[in-house]
Design a protein around this ligand. Structure first.
Ligand code: GLV
Ligand code: MG
Length: 302
């Protein structure tokens, strides 16, 4: 699995931001051709993105390009121009506003053809699917099962809220008047279940109040607590908070490693399945939970 705690959106039309992104600590950078690029700038943005992929230094990062969605006239050229010219520098293509499995299948087929024509390793380029409307959520299981290229399901809250008529203008925050609960819980859980049922990563979308770092931390903690693997960031000032929230704390990481060591010892040496570790009963299910935390901690370099 590629690292995706923080996934930084960078407009493909902005060479200065593209340059700056290379020095930031985001796990994933996605160069955007969709909603952060004005219609008249789409063609130039493709050229910028190809140049940035070819000449930039993206070492250690998950490198993704977001193309336009399938209802537009741009998608096929986005994919062809980017992948033909720079497919060897690309980890994934992100497809926005996926509504059913056929969207992903279309992209997977096109990627396969370009890979063959360009002499790239077959199946090498992965897909990230954004779930950003009611149709996408209703069909999320079939989308999750649609292609072996699929690596992540990504929640797109801005488009999603618009599509279902949720009454708020503040992306990532609760709609005013909703009361105590979490209006996003069902959507997040639905995406997470589909992702986990098909061994995909689940990524939460952006928080648009760029200067509100506490708000970002609060919202990020919610999806991290559910089990999400990461979250989008839109600004350099959001990267460290999100990396921190989606990494286990040192304390939890150390505890997870302790559970793994203790469990290994008791099951292999003493041949017992459920044992006490201090005041805590641990068994095979505890080992699995500890493995999740330990894997995230090791990936974060703890
Ligand atoms: C992201 O694409 C969103 O719509 O929130
Ligand atoms: Mg969107």
């Amino acid at each position: 699995m590629r690292a995706r705690r923080s996934c930084l959106a960078v407009p493909g039309s902005n060479p200065r931001f593209i340059e700056k992104a290379q020095g930031l600590a985001a796990d994933e950078i996605f160069l955007d051709l969709e909603d952060s690029v004005a219609p008249d700038a789409k063609e130039d943005a493709r050229k910028n993105v190809v140049g940035a992929l070819r000449e930039g230094d993206w070492t250690g990062k998950t490198v993704v390009v977001r193309v336009n969605d399938l209802t537009t006239q741009w998608t096929y050229r986005d994919v062809i121009e980017i992948v033909e010219a720079a497919g060897d520098r690309l980890d994934c293509v992100m497809l926005p506003k996926v509504q059913d499995a056929s969207h992903v299948v279309w992209l997977a087929t096109l990627l396969g053809q370009i890979e063959r024509a360009a002499g790239l390793p077959e199946g090498g380029i992965g897909i990230e699917a954004q779930i950003e409307n009611a149709a996408g959520l209703v069909n999320v299981d079939a989308i999750a099962a649609s292609s072996p290229r699929l690596e992540t399901l990504v929640f797109g809250p801005a488009d999603f809220m618009a599509s279902i008529g949720m009454r708020t203008l503040v992306v990532g925050e609760q709609p005013p008047g909703y009361g105590e609960g979490d209006a996003y819980h069902y959507i997040l859980m639905r995406i997470l279940m589909a992702a986990r049922a098909h061994d995909l990563q689940a990524i939460d979308g952006p928080y648009l109040q760029i200067r509100d770092v506490d708000g970002l931390r609060r919202v990020a903690r919610r999806s991290a607590a559910l089990g999400f693997d990461g979250k989008w960031v839109l600004h350099p000032g959001q990267v460290d908070v999100v990396n921190e929230v989606f990494s286990p704390s040192q304390r939890d990481y150390d505890h997870a490693e302790l559970i793994l060591d203790a469990y290994e010892y008791y099951t292999t040496v003493e041949k017992r399945g459920a044992v006490m570790l201090g005041d805590e009963m641990i068994d095979e299910a505890s080992r699995k939970m500890a493995l999740v935390v330990a894997a995230k901690g090791r990936a974060a370099g703890l």
